[in-house]
Design a protein around this ligand. Structure first.
Ligand code: SF4
Length: 539
């Protein structure tokens, strides 16, 4: 559709190298080249900027760029079927060294893929209605949302049809495959913000408004959120959107960004920079030039924040049915375990599985007469626990330097063992969310953690060693704010004892049931800094 289109920025002399590459060949065109050329001729045949365009196929080179790839598969709204799970498990077994990761954007990630394997993987995914296309790249990526959509007692509407419509509209749509930078969409009608609205480029959150004397349930619209080195919280537009308008409004917002977003520096191209410069009023002015007048805001229905944790068995909105929230420590499993999840979904539920932005999973629609038998399943005792220990339960980690070229340090195994160490040494009865990332890009969403760890290196007499900067006090929802950096770069081997002592002090000083981020807010970051300074003197 847009192949011969003359984009309005095409002659801008300041375009960066990737922008010029995208004008020469659209990112989506690499999919055909992979299938018809690179998969046949092999890794060494990959030419010029095509390696960068691989992202539009949902594929990145994995570290150390010696012929293997990482792939992300879209799981729109975080809901997949058991059939899809089995196909992905087989892909992991056949091509991905038995490794399956659940990501913080509710997607599934493989590693160790060769270019020769990609056409078969694309086909296998397509056979069950899935795709890795545009899961990466400067385009609308995996749509995140409520993994409980349709069964959720805390949702004001079932968002599955809207997510499906949005997915069908944007996926492989060449009108939107050349955006200035990555573009992340969230749609959730859960009143506890399961879609993490504030950290998305575009988000829809539940709202209501009386229009012509009738109460309408719909959405408020947020733009300009994102993490990385310069994090921004999304801002609310003065718009109320009826459910049937969501895709039309999303398309228009994306068009405003596509045509006005910055294309000079890759680090200054996300929509958040445009919103920060323009302000939401100017952005809305451009938006309504496309959509025509829109309803102004109504009443927000968001009441708080659930950071993507649903452990245990819970009643659904449908009487007699339950959903089960299961722990997948740092989101990593193997193919056999994914097959087990598919079996649980078929035997006990309706064959659907939820993927959470906390890197955990859900089994949906378990009938009450099957609950007891479900609880006895062996894999729930050993691996995917209904009631995991406190720190393992609330730990998130990005890919880290095991596979990621941008990583400064290892994160996955380190976060898992740090959480285990804390569970073994600290007795805490309330959730404390820990996120670990290997670099400022923050795929592990470090900024929203109660305590966030960002990998760095520190100079010692023995040379450079792995270390972490510590950030405290992040949350989303009504009180959304990013965590703040302490002046303390802690060597990796000291991290466990230092964090254990920090949490010990929190336990002594907190008010009853006070969450960690609220404690930080009350006592102040300077107080936490003084605590950590004291701890480090003796570390
Ligand atoms: Fe890689 Fe950095 Fe993302 Fe971690 S946060 S996966 S290290 S880019």
């Amino acid at each position: 559709m847009a192949a011969d289109r003359q984009w309005k920025w095409a002659n801008d002399p300041k375009l960066n190298k990737m922008e010029i590459a995208k004008l020469e060949k659209d990112g989506l065109d690499v999919i055909d080249t992979i299938i018809n050329k690179y998969a046949v001729e092999g890794f060494d045949s990959i030419e010029g900027m095509d390696m960068d365009r691989f992202k539009w196929a949902g594929v990145y080179q994995q570290k150390p760029k010696d012929g293997y790839f990482m792939m992300r598969v879209r799981v729109p709204g975080g809901i997949m079927t058991s059939e899809q799970a089995r196909v992905m498990a087989q892909i992991a077994k056949d091509y991905g060294r038995d490794l399956v990761d659940v990501t913080t954007r509710q997607a599934i990630q493989f590693h160790w893929l060769t270019v020769q394997s990609l056409p078969d993987i694309f086909e296998r995914l397509a056979s069950v209605g899935m795709s890795s296309f545009e899961a990466c790249g400067d385009c609308p990526r995996t749509i995140v949302g409520n993994p409980l959509a349709g069964i959720d007692p805390n949702e004001v509407m079932d968002t599955r049809p809207i997510v499906d419509e949005m997915e069908r509209f944007f996926l492989m749509n060449r009108e939107y495959s050349n955006l200035p930078r990555k573009y992340k969409i969230s749609i959730s009608a859960n009143v506890f913000n399961t879609g993490h609205a504030e950290i998305n480029d575009l988000a829809f959150t539940p709202a209501k408004k009386v229009i012509n004397g009738e109460e309408v349930i719909g959405f408020h619209v947020w733009v300009g959120g994102g993490l990385s080195a310069k994090p921004y919280l999304a801002q609310k537009l003065n718009v109320f959107c009826r459910p049937e308008e969501v895709v039309r409004v999303a398309a228009a917002i994306t068009e405003v960004y596509r045509d006005n977003g910055y294309r000079e520096k890759r680090t200054h191209a996300r929509i958040k920079f445009l919103i920060a410069d323009w302000g939401v009023e100017k952005f809305l002015g451009e938006l309504v030039k496309i959509t025509g007048e829109l309803e102004t805001v109504g009443e927000d229905l968001t009441k708080g924040w659930n950071a993507g944790y649903f452990y245990g068995l819970h009643e659904q909105k449908q009487e007699g049915l339950y959903y089960a929230g299961l722990s997948v420590p740092v989101g990593r499993m193997n193919a056999e375990e994914l097959v087990e999840l598919a079996r649980l979904a078929d035997v006990y539920g309706d064959g659907t599985i939820g993927a959470c932005n906390s890197q955990n999973v859900l089994i949906r629609n378990i009938s009450s007469d099957k609950v007891e038998a479900f609880k006895q399943e062996a894999i729930l005792q050993e691996r995917f626990k209904l009631a995991p220990s406190t720190f393992v339960a609330y730990s998130v980690a990005c890919t880290g330097n095991e596979y990621c070229n941008l990583a400064v340090v290892e994160t996955k195994e380190r976060m898992r063992s740090l959480a285990q160490y804390l569970d073994d040494t600290v007795d805490l009865d309330t959730p404390l969310r820990l996120h670990m990332v290997g670099c400022p890009n923050s795929c592990g969403q470090r900024q929203i953690a109660d305590i966030g760890f960002q990998g760095a290196l520190v100079k010692t007499e023995q040379g450079m060693v792995d270390a972490f900067d510590i950030h405290v006090g992040g949350t989303l929802g009504i009180d959304a704010r990013f965590n703040q950096k302490l002046k303390a770069r802690v060597k990796a081997d000291q991290l466990g004892p230092v964090v254990a002592q920090m949490i010990g002090v929190y336990k002594e000083e907190r008010l009853e049931n006070e969450e960690y981020w609220k404690y930080v807010d009350r006592v102040g970051v300077e107080h936490i800094q003084a605590t950590v300074d004291r701890i480090l003197v003796t570390a």
